[in-house]
Write a protein that binds this ligand. Structure first.
Ligand SMILES: O=c1ccn([C@@H]2O[C@H](COP(=O)(O)OP(=O)(O)O[C@H]3O[C@H](CO)[C@@H](O)[C@H](O)[C@H]3O)[C@@H](O)[C@H]2O)c(=O)[nH]1
Ligand SMILES: [Mn+2]
Length: 822
């Protein structure tokens, strides 16, 4: 007895050591760097910062599904971020090409003039007004300024008005357009009469969508016309906020609206640009990846920040210090080999019970952290700071050097001869691996058009971005860094010719015969473009960093409705199948990728296929109950030991995951359940879809994950209870039914048998019960809101089950029983 006790203590001690054995937090001492961030020596006398610039990319696709208010709040949280203003440039890509998004962004720009200084002055967190004003905790905590309450009240009021303006936009755009259209029609009619044409001929005036300045909106019209419909419109770029002055500008007693006193605050705002790339029928626009690539080029011309932050429209900056935190990794020694810093995705508005494992904690706190120890986490599509040169498809400096456990030892080092004494060879080492052997020299201009397309300005911006992304020269062990102060120079002003060039690079044929989407930028060909894009970089030898901040860096929304969630998982799994059947399958990885990293990526492409075994696993217990036979003929010792070992391993694995990452058992269990739910519905469907694509070339559509602006709902989680029928639900329902019936059959059989063997029944139904446990959240989801689902449904399902089971017993009575006389 005491021995078991001691053993148990030893075991739990070991468990407690686990987190220490594999430390979650990295060893880099960021405090030194943080001091540097603040140090006055990094600023020139005029107060300009020496930090590298960051271009922020936000994508939105459809104002119907992605409410403009959500996007507006995201943009505001970015505009107010804590990073030198003159070094930030914000881009919104509008794949819908809708005037609604455009005007909402214009409103955002003007509200930002109030919001951003307010945030800076009173250190508001989070800097997303919707989130800030709906916080329930005491907003006066730690606030000592006397003018805070008054100014907060004013800004709150201003925000409310802003919100109403945004809400009324669809209506006001429609009314304006109707008025203009009626006017146009009248004019056309008059003209027709003057010309003396017969009135029988119907006159045709296109129903345009009008901008407030009385001109046609060049993008998508609400009543689609040629050249003005979804997937058929011109490219649009509009700078909503001009690039800021390079020196701080303090505000006045009461700013323009007389709202707040900004004499002590820098009131400059970062540049803000609206971009809607050109779309034409017959061109593949490559969804989000295509949108991002258009932004990469536009921003190269307009601001050329050496770093790029990517956010989805439904994710916002929750911690305004996050960019600095992330940039520390880029600027720390060794940071020159980091291609991106990924932050975990955290979500809001999810039911407290997290029924469908929306938080994905096992992925974000176990898998990603573990990958951080290999060569770095995957890119997960949002909340990620990239190095521009890594996106351009260049190799990392010292790419062939990494070594270590299961890593590759230094094998060959091809150093290119220095090009004319310029400092480029650090990014230039050619790999020794087949297809990456291509020319990787930033300045070999002959190859640039083939790779990056025909913009000379874009080509010229590349080495500049590379230089600006370098480490500081005086950091220990840095060769060819940049001297301190080299970035504290004013930015060139934006002129019309620059914008014209930026428009030319978002034309839909710009990417033709270039390597965009193949080796450069976001990679095409998978609906989970994010995984592939990150993979390509790791494959070149870049490292990435997982930056888990104490206070969430970014927060977003996730679908809490069962159907939406299943469709999201379906999209991800389909993307994985696409990757599996492409050349981005980790089986073909280059030797620069560590073995375990390769295994991780291979798993990312292969996991949907495991659903086939999962399906079998869920049906087997029922089959054994039906047939009255256990899955193995006889229970021998070898089998039992095997079973025991597997079970113990699984339990230990679970314990390890939980202990190491600090997630709760509940969260872990939710993930486990949803793994079964997804694995029996979305994953097999994805495998089928993927096979169809590979074999028959059927294309896969990117269904946007629906977002909810849950302000009008009386019930915060009303979404959760909505039941929208989907074919994906068939397999799990079948599995549930079959298992329940099987349990009933087993029960009936035992009751009516001459020598009831209850223990056998118990053993048999345990596995069925286990399967049902996993599917429980799914069943709950099907039922909708408690009470709404009529009891009759339960009665019917119960009846059907009993009838079916009785039938089964009647048809195939257990051997040796003569009791069938009912
Ligand atoms: O044609 C398109 C389709 C989508 N998007 C944008 O892509 C983002 C992601 O779409 P969403 O429907 O929100 O997908 P989620 O399931 O929430 O996204 C996760 O999974 C995607 C890959 O499947 C990644 O791209 C996302 O970054 C990641 O958050 C949104 O900002 C969209 O506006 C576009 O810009 N153009
Ligand atoms: Mn999303």
């Amino acid at each position: 007895m005491s021995i078991t006790c001691e053993l148990w203590f030893a075991f739990s001690w070991l468990l407690d050591q686990l987190p220490k054995l594999c430390p979650v937090n990295r060893a880099t001492d960021l405090t030194v760097l943080k001091e540097r961030f603040e140090s006055p020596s990094l600023r020139n006398p005029k107060g300009r910062s020496d930090l590298p610039g960051i271009d922020v990319f936000v994508s939105t696709a459809d104002p119907e599904k992605e409410p403009p208010l959500v996007t507006a709040n995201t943009m505001l949280s970015i505009l107010a971020v804590n990073y030198p203003v003159e070094k930030l440039a914000c881009y919104l890509s509008d794949d819908g090409g809708s005037l609604l998004t455009f005007e909402a962004l214009a409103e955002t720009a003007s509200f930002a003039k109030v919001w951003v200084p307010f945030c800076r002055k009173h250190e508001i967190e989070p800097r997303n007004p919707e989130a800030y004003f709906s916080q329930t905790r005491d907003f006066l905590k730690n606030k000592v300024r006397h003018d805070f309450v008054r100014e907060r009240r004013r800004v709150k009021r201003e925000y409310d008005e802003f919100k109403v303006r945004i809400n009324s936009l669809p209506d006001s755009i429609r009314r304006r357009s109707d008025a203009y259209n009626a006017h146009e029609e009248l004019r056309a009619k008059k003209k027709q009469e003057e010309m003396g044409a017969s009135l029988s001929e119907p006159l045709k005036v296109p129903k345009a969508t009008w901008m407030s300045d009385g001109s046609h909106w060049p993008g998508t019209w609400s009543s689609a016309e040629n050249e003005h419909s979804r997937g058929d419109h011109a490219g649009i770029i509009q700078a909503m906020l001009a690039p800021p002055n390079s020196e701080p500008v303090m505000g006045t007693e009461a700013n323009e609206n007389g709202l707040i006193n900004t004499t002590t605050v820098d009131i400059r705002l970062p540049m803000l640009v609206y971009v809607s790339r050109e779309k034409r029928p017959g061109y593949d626009h490559n969804k989000k990846a295509g949108a991002m690539n258009a932004l990469v080029r536009t921003s190269a011309i307009m601001s050329n920040g050496p770093f790029i932050l990517n956010l989805d429209c439904d994710h916002y900056v929750y911690n305004s210090q996050a960019l600095r935190e992330g940039m520390c990794f880029m600027q720390d020694s060794g940071g020159d080999r980091v291609c991106f810093v990924q932050f975990p995705q955290r979500f809001e508005g999810i039911d407290p019970n997290d029924r469908y494992a929306n938080h994905n904690l096992v992925f974000f706190d176990v898998t990603m952290r573990a990958m951080d120890g290999l060569q770095g986490p995957m890119y997960v599509g949002t909340g990620c700071i990239f190095r521009r040169t890594a996106l351009y498809g260049f190799n990392p400096p010292r790419a062939t050097e990494h070594r270590g456990w299961l890593g590759r030892r230094k094998i060959k080092l091809f150093l290119r001869k220095p090009t004319m004494g310029k400092k480029t060879d650090r990014v230039v080492e050619a790999g020794n691996n087949d297809e990456e052997e291509e020319d990787n020299d930033i300045e070999s201009s002959s190859l640039l058009p083939k790779k990056f397309g025909n913009s000379a300005i874009l080509a010229a911006s590349i080495p500049v971005a590379e230089y600006q992304g370098r480490l500081l020269q005086d950091l220990s062990g840095v060769h060819q860094g940049r001297p301190a102060g080299s970035l504290a120079v004013p930015r060139e002003p934006l002129d019309a010719s620059t914008v014209a060039e930026a428009i030319s690079v978002i034309s839909c044929f710009y990417e033709e015969k270039t390597e965009w989407g193949r080796r450069v930028g976001w990679i095409y060909g998978s609906v989970t473009e994010d995984v592939v894009t990150g993979y390509r970089m790791h494959n070149r030898g870049w490292r990435s960093v997982y930056c888990v901040t104490k206070k969430d860096a970014f927060r977003g929304t996730a679908p809490i409705n069962l159907t939406d969630r299943l469709h999201q998982v379906l999209r991800w799994a389909t993307g994985s199948v696409e990757i599996f059947f492409s050349r981005n399958n980790a089986l073909f990885a280059s030797r620069r990728m560590k073995l375990l990293q390769r295994v991780a990526y291979f798993n990312a492409g292969m996991y949907p296929f495991t659903s086939i075994f999962l399906l079998v696993y869920c049906i087997l217990p029922a089959v054994s109950l039906f047939s009255g036979q256990f899955i193995v003929q006889s229970l021998n010792v070898a089998f039992l030991i095997f079973l025991l070992v597997i079970t113990i391993t699984l339990c230990l694995l679970a314990l390890l995951e939980i202990k190491w990452s600090g997630i709760t058992l509940h969260e872990w269990w939710r993930n486990e359940q949803f793994w079964v739910i997804g694995g029996t519905s979305a994953h097999p469907a994805a495998v089928l879809q993927g096979l169809l694509k590979v074999i028959a070339g059927v294309d896969i559509s990117f269904t946007l994950t629906s977002k909810t602006a849950n302000d009008e709902n009386d019930d915060e989680f009303a979404e959760l209870y909505m039941v929208k029928w989907s074919f994906l639900m068939v397999p799990p329902i079948t599995i549930m039914m079959v298992n329940m019936i099987a349990m009933a059959v087993g029960f009936v059989r035992t009751v009516y048998s001459e020598f009831p063997r209850w223990s056998k029944l118990l053993g048999g139904s345990f596995f069925s019960f286990w399967v049902l446990c996993h599917l429980y959240p799914f069943a709950k989801g099907l039922m909708g809101r408690r009470g709404k689902m009529p009891t009759i449904v339960f009665v019917w399902s119960g009846l059907i089950s009993i009838v079916l089971s009785l039938m089964w017993v009647y048809i195939s009575p257990p051997a040796g029983s003569e009791y069938m006389n009912f």
